[in-house]
Design a protein around this ligand. Structure first.
Ligand code: ADP
Length: 197
């Protein structure tokens, strides 16, 4: 049973890496960004409430996001583990997740941080904008998402580093190589005995 979290700035390829890493470990991905995008395109109540935040590259309010994740984590398909992508993104969300997991007697096993330089992230976003047509992949919205990442989500990385759970992976280079490096780094981490574990 493996419970993982992947954190990375916009354009770092974290969604793609999440799919490959999760397949390797035989666990489902829970991507809050994907869940929101699906709800927006299906025009559900949640999607209608979340759309403007996604388009503006700002965080969806915590009461919506936390409730969504809390429900999702109770589903049976996650009993064998999961890879969270995009949540938690702020220090208060870390505490929410701690609580959700603790009520089930669970905790994360490892946190993967994908990192890459800002200028490379923006170049990748420009390429992806042409392929995928995400409404938040415009230069201004992207810079706002990146700024939020540095201001808010970086703190999440520090919290997990402090707990000794962080596995940092260089997100620059060939996507297949990065997947291989990420899987190897996580496996090594999980195989290493830790104090308190
Ligand atoms: P990226 O990390 O590339 O910006 P995501 O697909 O992870 O893309 O997220 C897209 C959008 O979904 C975010 O800009 C935000 O509006 C919303 N979102 C996703 N996860 C969260 C979260 N944990 N808290 C608040 N909003 C979120």
């Amino acid at each position: 049973m493996t419970r993982l979290l992947i954190i990375g700035p916009p354009g770092s390829g974290k969604g793609t890496q999440a799919e490959h890493i999760a397949r390797h470990f035989g666990i489902p991905v829970v991507s809050t960004g994907e869940i929101f995008r699906t709800n927006v395109s299906e025009e559900t109540e949640l999607g209608i409430q979340a759309a403007a935040y996604l388009d503006g590259g700002t965080f969806v309010p915590d009461h919506l996001t936390n409730a969504l994740v809390r429900d999702r984590l109770l589903k049976k398909d996650l009993q064998a583990g999961f890879l969270l992508d995009g949540y938690p993104r702020t220090a208060p969300q870390v505490m929410e997740l701690d609580d959700m997991l603790a009520t089930q007697g669970l905790a994360l096993d490892a946190v993967i941080e994908l990192h890459a330089p800002d200028d490379e992230l923006e170049q990748r976003m420009r390429r992806r904008a042409a392929d995928q047509g995400r409404t938040d992949d415009t230069v201004d919205v992207f810079r706002h998402r990146l700024d939020l990442y540095h201001r808010e989500t970086h703190e999440v990385v520090s919290v997990y580093a402090g707990r000794g759970l962080l596995v940092s992976v260089n997100g620059s280079g060939d996507p297949g190589d990065i997947t291989g490096q990420a899987i190897a780094a996580v496996e090594k981490f999980l195989a290493t005995p830790r104090s308190g574990a």
